[in-house]
Design a protein around this ligand. Structure first.
Ligand SMILES: CC(=O)CCCOc1nc(Oc2ccc3c(c2)CO[B-]3(O)O)c(Cl)cc1C#N
Ligand SMILES: [Mg+2]
Ligand SMILES: [Zn+2]
Length: 332
């Protein structure tokens, strides 16, 4: 198994990495395997003087706090973490982010759904769940995952960021909170509102830079940390909504899992006499229509904006979205 896992980890930079294979050959430690491999490859263990043992302790503990739900389990976290790692490798970002920002982005991806119970924010609110009470109905799951993840860091033998300065820890915490809160779908509209004008301003700066001295490649240089964090926020949201950008055989496994999760929630709503949430009624489910709708309304517009910014580097994602949507259209 180790040999097969090592072979899979050789593809850590590939968009097509099969995260389900990683999970199977790592004895269900895909998140730990992916995060550790990326940290080694990006030299983050040396840069931030991380204790390998404490990093492993944290990752294994974090992984064990993902619940055994169909979609929002540790495989999803591993998938999103590997996706943001690949997005950060796009040449446009060669000189864009600091090591600390990269550390924060990978950390945010790894923790962003920890202890997710497999139901939506709306369900927790409608069922007067403790978590909705705790977080006043506001980004309930996203706040909860952040709190759980940072609580685990307080454990002495899991504190892999012990050698970061106070300032660095503050920045890491600030960026992670910002990015994870932005994965709340209720923020999707706001992200789409600002993304167009934000990217236009970046492209304007980019071509000015490349005109001034041709030595700089087409990499985006953002002077403000605020702008870099805005880009990382979008990047995690893209990674979180990247299932339709993968090969059909991977994408359909994620669809099966999310529909299991939604239908199980619908079963609980039905037996509690609650209104059944959209896409959650297994008796009237039209899975194909739901995916076509989700791609057209949410996933494709977001990835088109992103692909425009980093053109030509994300054409494969757009092509997969298109062929996957067409496949579902043929299924009807
Ligand atoms: C096959 C897929 O692409 C599955 C992606 C998840 O399927 C959906 N997710 C939706 O919203 C969220 C998107 C991201 C997340 C969450 C909800 C909660 O945690 B998370 O951060 O993973 C909506 Cl509105 C529709 C679908 C559909 N289908
Ligand atoms: Mg989430
Ligand atoms: Zn997620």
């Amino acid at each position: 198994h180790e040999a097969k896992l090592a072979e899979l980890m050789d593809n850590i930079d590939a968009w097509g990495l099969n995260i389900f294979d990683v999970h199977n050959y790592s004895q269900s430690h895909s998140l730990t395997s992916v995060m550790y491999t990326i940290f080694k490859k990006r030299n983050l263990i040396e840069t931030f003087r991380i204790s390998p043992q404490k990093l492993i302790n944290y990752l294994v503990t974090l992984e064990s706090h993902y619940l055994d739900v169909p979609y929002h389990c540790s495989i999803h976290a591993a998938d999103v973490t590997q996706a943001i790692h690949v997005l950060l490798l796009i040449p446009s970002f060669e000189n864009t982010f600091t090591d600390l920002e990269i550390l924060a982005a990978l950390f945010a991806a790894a923790i962003h759904d920890v202890d997710h119970p497999g139901v939506t924010n709306q369900y927790l609110i409608n069922s007067d769940n403790e978590l909705a009470l705790m977080y006043n109905d506001t980004s309930v799951l996203e706040n909860h995952s952040l709190a759980v993840a940072f609580k685990l860091l307080q454990n002495e033998d899991c504190d892999f960021i012990e050698n970061l300065s106070d300032e660095q820890r503050k920045i890491l915490r600030q960026i992670s909170i910002d990015m994870v809160l932005a994965t709340d779908m209720s923020k999707h509209g706001a992200i789409m509102q600002t993304i167009q004008s934000f990217h236009q301003s970046l492209k304007a700066k980019q071509c000015k830079d490349s005109n001034s001295n041709s030595s700089t490649n087409d990499s985006l240089v953002l002077t403000e940390q605020k702008e870099r964090v805005q880009l990382l926020r979008e990047m995690l949201h893209c990674a979180d909504l990247s299932n339709p950008t993968k090969h059909l055989s991977i994408y359909t496994q994620w669809v099966d899992r999310i529909m299991d999760e939604f239908h199980y929630q619908g079963d609980r709503e039905r037996s509690a006499g609650m209104p059944i949430s959209p896409m959650c009624n297994r008796r009237t489910a039209d899975i194909e229509m739901a995916q076509i709708g989700f791609i057209q309304a949410i996933v494709e517009p977001l990835w088109q904006m992103w692909a425009q910014l980093v053109y030509p580097h994300c054409q494969q994602m757009l092509d997969n979205i298109d062929s996957n949507r067409q496949w579902y259209e043929y299924q009807i």
